[in-house]
Write a protein that binds this ligand. Structure first.
Ligand code: PDD
Length: 285
């Protein structure tokens, strides 16, 4: 079955949705994106994603082509039209089409806005949550504004391929001996009951799942420390995990071939995953 997608105000069969070869997203990776998860036909943390989208656009001096209310309606309509129960909604906004020039096009050039769905049956029952995932460490070679959610994802793609070649699930990126984040997720360790994750700044994406998970952790009286942590700390940690809109909370049981803690999924990651999924379902819109 062909999906219905959204392009610049229209709902179209995916085969009919066409974007110009001059689109700056295509030529310059001049665009931003969001991935919002859907559980039981409802959107998780829509507000957080819409707010981060507005921030990304603002940081790049791009005009937001859609109001939050209209964006919510487009998300819901795509869920309806595609019969999504569990899955993801991908949204991308680029600076639009213009003759190739490094300078931004003249004001008033219409942005390109695209949304499509990905059905993921059993998104919240990922069997990997029972075994945990393995990661390797790789150098973080991305640009200096990782807090802006741009579509320049070549290095994260390369990182996933390096992980695949090493026979593991993902890679954590390292800068000056400290972990920044995973290729498409935020990274955490747990040591002596304390949850440690990198502080916000230009070096990492400000994960929407991260914000929710840290809030739930604090509400559950767990200790949280937001600071950079080293590779040695990962190897000596009791537990590790990642968070993202598509993985929720996912335990990490091995780093560079070394078992983390007992090498099995730990209680903190397990508990946070349960809380996150339950609370997110309850507040889904
Ligand atoms: N990735 N860090 C990076 C580099 C990411 O690409 C992502 C999300 C995150 C987690 O952010 P959030 O909790 O808001 O999903 C952190 C999405 C899921 C993706 O590219 O598919």
């Amino acid at each position: 079955m062909s999906r219905t997608v959204y392009l610049n105000g229209e709902y179209l069969p995916e085969s009919e949705a066409k974007v110009s070869i001059f689109d700056r997203g295509f030529l310059f990776a001049d665009g931003v994106y969001e991935v919002t998860s859907v559980l039981g036909g409802k959107l998780l943390d829509f507000d957080g994603h819409a707010t981060r989208l507005a921030r990304s656009l603002n940081e790049l001096e791009m005009t937001n082509p859609i109001t939050k209310e209209d964006l919510l309606e487009v998300h819901r309509e795509l869920v309806r039209r595609n019969g999504i129960d569990d899955g993801l909604i991908y949204l991308q906004i680029t600076r639009g089409a213009a003759d190739r020039d490094f300078a931004y096009p003249v004001e008033g050039t219409p942005a390109t806005i695209v949304l499509f769905t990905q059905a993921k049956t059993g998104l919240a029952d990922n069997p990997l949550a029972k075994t945990g995932i393995k990661v390797i460490g790789i150098e973080d070679l991305r640009w200096g504004r990782r807090d802006i959610k741009t579509v320049q994802l070549l290095y994260p793609s390369m990182g996933k391929m390096m992980a695949k070649a090493a026979g593991v699930h993902d890679a954590w990126m390292i800068e000056d001996g400290h972990i920044t984040e995973g290729t498409s997720n935020n990274a955490y360790i747990v040591t002596d009951g304390k949850i440690v994750t990198r502080h916000l700044g230009h070096e990492i994406l400000h994960g929407i799942t991260r914000a929710a998970v840290l809030r739930f952790a604090r509400e559950s009286q767990m200790e949280v420390e937001e600071r950079a942590f080293t590779v040695d700390e990962v190897k000596a940690a009791d537990e590790a995990f990642i968070t993202s809109a598509s993985m929720f909370v996912m335990p990490v049981v091995e780093f560079d071939g070394i078992a983390i803690g007992t090498g099995a999924v730990g209680p903190v990651a397990t508990r946070l995953r349960e809380i996150y999924i339950e609370e997110s379902r309850n507040s889904a819109v």
